[in-house]
Design a protein around this ligand. Structure first.
Ligand code: MG
Ligand code: FE
Length: 169
């Protein structure tokens, strides 16, 4: 499938840009989550994983003969949305970080599912397997966020309530 190859190349480039974006977003979030050590630790671990994902994608791009120089940023729109969600003025950064992270992981999961299907259709099973592996890592992160939504949200509300109580004294 010659057309499939063209799209797989393009989508691998997009995925590479997405991971670079993920590194920036995660770093920004980690720096602002000092009151939520569990979330910040998980994000630090995912940042390491994300760097390794970018490297594995670079090896894949190289194997397929795609140059990584001059890769344009395909997810600029997503960045804009993330910045709008930064919550700096609202004081609810942690909730915005949770929301933005869950949305980003969902986008990564969908991207790698599509890529693994397209690479398999093209007959590049090595790329298909890599994308399945990356998808599993994103799913693990999304599951962690889902499982910790209760704790993070109630911890945030608890902090707001105790800060209000102190302010009223
Ligand atoms: Mg990723
Ligand atoms: Fe991710």
């Amino acid at each position: 499938m010659p057309d499939a190859k063209k799209y797989v190349d393009q989508w691998l480039r997009d995925a590479h840009a997405m991971e670079k974006q993920a590194e920036t977003i995660l770093q920004g979030q980690i720096d602002r989550l000092e009151h939520y050590p569990e979330l910040s630790e998980r994000m630090k671990a995912h940042l390491k994983e994300t760097e390794s994902q970018r490297e594995r994608l670079e090896a894949c791009l190289e194997r397929r003969g795609i140059s990584t120089s001059g890769i344009k940023d395909a997810s600029a729109q997503f960045t804009a949305m993330m910045q709008n969600l930064s919550g700096v003025f609202a004081g609810d950064e942690v909730v915005k970080a949770l929301l933005a992270s869950y949305a980003f992981e969902s986008m990564e999961i969908a991207s790698y599912r599509i890529l693994s299907e397209a690479a398999a259709a093209e007959g590049d099973h090595e790329t298909a397997d890599l994308c399945k592996e990356l998808c599993k890592e994103e799913e693990a992160m999304a599951d962690w966020l889902k499982e910790h939504t209760h704790n993070i949200t109630t911890a945030f509300l608890g902090r707001v309530e105790s800060e209000d109580a102190v302010a009223k004294r």
